[in-house]
Design a protein around this ligand. Sequence first.
Ligand code: SAH
Length: 280
Amino acid sequence: FRIGSQELGRFVAFLARNGFPDCQAGFSFPSGLFSGKIKHGDNMQQIFIQQKTHVGSVIEPDPQQRHHLQRVLRMKEGETLRVIDAEGAVFCGVLDGAGQIQITELLDEDRELPVTLTLVAGLIKGERWDWLLQKCTELGVSRIVPFQSSRTVVKLEQDKIDKKLERWQKIVQEASQQCKRTQRPQVCAPIELADAGAWRSEQNFVAYEDEALHGGLLSAQLEKGRSVTLVIGPEGGFSPAEIERLQAQGYRCCSLGKRILRAETAAVAAVCLAGAVLEG
Ligand code: SAH
C-alpha cells in the first residue's frame, strides 16, 4: 500500500524505537515512494532549538539550521533527527517536504553529568584553546569560564571579545551536537583570575603541579553528587600569590598526576577525572 513519505518516516522511527533495530541500518524504498535513509538511535543527526516543544508540534528551523540540515547533512524529506528543546528534553522529529520538523516522539535520554561542572580555564593560544573547548564539551563540562592572569600569554583585544565569544559558542555547539549532548555548555566572557571566587560550586579545586601544596589526585579528593568547579592555569601556570588567593577563596589544590601537562591537556584530564568520579 502507498503511504506518504512523512508517515513512512514516522512509522520506521516508531519501529526502530520498538524493538526493530534493523531500522537503524537504513531502509531503501522504490524511488518516488520514498528514498533516503532512515536513521535512528545513535546515528540520528541532532539539532538544538531555542523554544520548549512537545509531541505533535511543528518546528520551523531557522535559516542556518535549515542550511545545515538540507545542504550540509543532505537530509531528505521523511528522515528523522533528534531535536533538543530549550529545557534539554530530547525528541524524535521528522523532516517534512516544507523543510519543517514534525515532532513525533519524546525520547527518554540523558547524556549529562549528574551535577554542574564548571571549568575556569586560563586563556591559551588559538587552536589549543579551540581544542580545549571542543574536548571539554565532549567530556560533559557545563560551563567554561576563560580567565586572564599574570602569566597569560594571549592578549585579548576588548573590541574583539564579542566576536570571539560567538566563535567559541559555535565550537561548543558543534561539539555538543556531534557527541549528542542534551545541554550545550555555556562559554562565559573572560574574567580576571582574581574574580574566580564568583564561580565557586559545592566543591572547588585548582590544579597545581607543586607536590608540596596539593592534597593528592583530583579524583581522590572529589566527592560524588556535589557540583564542582575546576581551575586550570594557562601555559605559564600560576604565580605563588595567585595560588594563595585561590586557596583563600576556598579552592583546594589538587594533582592531575606526576607529569606536567600542557594547559589544554590538563583541562581535558581534569574534566575526565572529575567525570569518572561523578558518573561512577
Ligand atoms: N608551572 C608550569 C606548568 C604550567 S602547566 C609552568 O610554569 O610552565 C598549565 C596548567 O596545567 C597548570 O597551571 C595546572 O593548572 C595544570 N597542570 C599541568 N600539569 C599538572 C599536574 N600534574 N597536576 C596538576 N595540575 C597540572
